[in-house]
Write a protein that binds this ligand. Structure first.
Ligand code: SAM
Length: 221
């Protein structure tokens, strides 16, 4: 059985009882970064062996793990934070496992997209997640426009060092809409900040952006 297990996105207590049970019981944990997951395992007394499964070894490692699964092993897939496959490794293993008829089971839990959406106070009936905004400004602007044209609530992950550029592009491309920035969810400095893109740009220019960010906006369609 392949277990797809969500782990915390900051606060170590955001893990389900079932996730802990599964991680304690499996033969192997496939982790994005074994040192990172090692900290979680230590916290919860999880002693299952860890093996690394990350972006650059996903293809070969997926085949190896699927062979073990087919031989009857129970394996848990985890990423560094949140839900595997959501802007984290996982997709290749899960799709190969499906193709090979391996049984799978999901242990849901923390995910920054959903945490940010539920905290945003924006409409939740129709939303789209676009992952990280592109690094290059032209592609970033295009993505922002496409998301706005699609309508509903658009959600993006953004890194600390590109936040200001993303806010500036949203201001320019969408004529300074009201947006939400969710920062450091579940952690000590958790913050939700709403306002025009230009206002948030001014705020984060004055207060150096630190931590992990989700950007959201809602466009009526
Ligand atoms: N798999 C994760 C999930 O389920 O949300 C996402 C991993 S992705 C590599 C990391 C990005 O997710 C960060 O750069 C940030 O945009 C977002 N993120 C993760 N944890 C967060 C948190 N505690 N607060 C705000 N954003 C977070």
């Amino acid at each position: 059985m392949l277990y797809i297990v969500s782990t915390p996105i900051g606060n170590m207590k955001d893990i389900t009882l079932r996730a802990i049970d599964v991680l304690k019981s499996v033969d192997l944990i496939a982790a994005e970064d074994t040192r990172h997951t090692g900290v979680l395992c230590k916290e919860y007394g999880i002693t299952a062996p860890l093996t690394s499964y990350y972006d650059h070894n996903e293809s070969g490692k997926s085949r190896e793990l699927v062979e073990q699964l087919k031989a009857g092993k129970n394996i848990a897939l985890v990423s560094d934070a949140g839900t595997p496959g959501i802007n984290d490794p996982g997709y290749r293993l899960v799709s190969l496992a499906k193709a090979e008829g391996v049984e799978m089971c999901v242990i849901p839990g923390a995910c920054a997209v959903i945490a940010a959406l539920s905290l945003s106070a924006l409409p939740t009936d129709r939303f789209a997640f676009y992952g990280f905004l592109p690094v290059k400004s032209g592609a970033r602007r295009k993505k922002i426009l496409q998301a706005a044209e699609a309508g509903g609530t658009a959600i993006f992950y953004e890194s600390t060092h590109r936040l200001l550029k993303a806010l500036k592009d949203i201001e320019d491309v969408l004529h300074d809409p009201v947006i939400t920035v969710a920062r450091e969810l579940t952690k000590k400095f958790e913050e939700r900040r709403d306002g025009k893109a230009s206002e948030l740009l001014a705020h984060f220019t004055a207060h150096k952006p630190l931590g992990e960010f989700v950007i959201l906006f809602h466009i009526e369609s």
